[in-house]
Design a protein around this ligand. Sequence first.
Ligand code: NAD
Length: 355
Amino acid sequence: MPIDFDHHALAQRIRFGSGKAAQILAEEVAERGAKRIMLIASEYEQTLARVVTKDIEILVDHRDVAPHVPIDKARSARTIAAENGVDLIVCVGGGSTTGLAKAVALTSGIPIVAVPTTYAGSEATNVWGITEESRKTTGVANVVLPGTIIYDASLTVSLPKELSIASGMNGMAHCVDSMWAPRSNPIARSLAEEGIRALAKGLRGIAHDGSDMEAREWALFGAYASASSFSSAGSGLHHKICHVLGGRFDLPHAQTHTVILPHVLAFNVSASAEADERIARALGATSALAGLDALYEELDAPRALGDFEFLRENIAESVELVMEVVPPSNPRLVTSDDLTELLENAFVGNRSVFV
Ligand code: NAD
C-alpha cells in the first residue's frame, strides 16, 4: 500500500516523574511567569490538588466540576476566570476536571497545565466536550490543548482498582479504534500499538497490586499514547457507539467503553489484518481477540452493559442513533442488524464473539 496520509502532531510538553508533580508545576509556573492561577479540581480531587500545588500560589480555587461538563458549570467557570484576570489554569483530576479547564480555555484562550489523575487521556487531545440539555457537543480546537502535561503516577495510586481498570480500558479503546478511525494513519497506529502494550502491562500490574508504582507509570504512559493516537485518528465506530450510549442513557463513561470494546473489535477485526496483527503483537497473543479476551479475564474487567442500568429495550433506539453516525472509514459495512447483534452481545457480555 502507498504511504499517503495527513497526521497532525500536537504541540505539547510532556513531563513525566513519579512524586515530582509539585516540583515540576512550580518550574512551569516560574518559566511561564504566571501570576494569577486558577486551580480546577473537584471536591473529591482536593487531596491530590493540595499535594500538586503546595509550592505555588493559587488565586482561584475552583471545585465546581461535574461529569461531561454541563454548560452552566462551563459558563460560571468562564465568568470567574474572566473576573479574576486568570493567566494560567492548572487542572488536577480526571477527564471531567480536564474537560472543564478546556471549556474555559475554549472561549478565553487561557493556557492550561494539566495534571491528570486517571487514564482517560483528555489532557493529550485537542477535543472539547460540553453538555447542554442532555446532549453532549464535542469539537476540536487547538486552544483547548494543555500546553504542558505533568504525569505523576503517585497521584493515581488512590484510584480504586475497578476504576483504574475501566479507565485504562477506556485508553485501550482509543488505541483499538485508532486502527480504523476516519483519520487513521501509520503514526496513529504505531502510537496505538505502543499504547496497548503499555496499558496491558500497567493494568496487569495494577490488578495484582494497586500500589505498584511501575505498573501505574506504564498505565499513565499508555494513557498518553492512547490519547495521542485517538487525537490523530479521530472517532471510529467504537467511540460513536459509546458517545450515543453515554449521551442518551447517561451510562458511566469508562465502563461503557470497556464493555463495548471487545464487541467492536470482534466485528471489525476480520476486515483489518493490520489491526489484528498490531493488537495481537502488543498483547503477546496469537490473535487480537484472543489477546483481549485473556486480558479481560485477567483483569476481571466489566463485560455486560446490562450491569450498568442499560435496558434491553434501549437497544433499538441506540441502533437508530448509531446508524446516523457510523464513520464511512469503518473497515466493514455496518447494518442495523449488525449493530443490534453487537449491542445484544454487549448487553449480556457474550464471550462467544471471541471464537
Ligand atoms: P472522571 O474525571 O469523572 O473521574 C471519575 C471519578 O474518579 C471522579 O469521582 C473523580 O473525582 C475520581 N478520581 C479522579 N482521579 C482520582 C484518583 N487519582 N484517585 C481517586 N479518585 C479519583 O472520569 P474520567 O474517566 O477520568 O473522565 C471521563 C470524562 O472525560 C468524560 O466526560 C469523557 O467524555 C472525558 N474524556 C474526554 C476526552 C477528550 O479527548 N476530550 C478523552 C477521554 C475522556
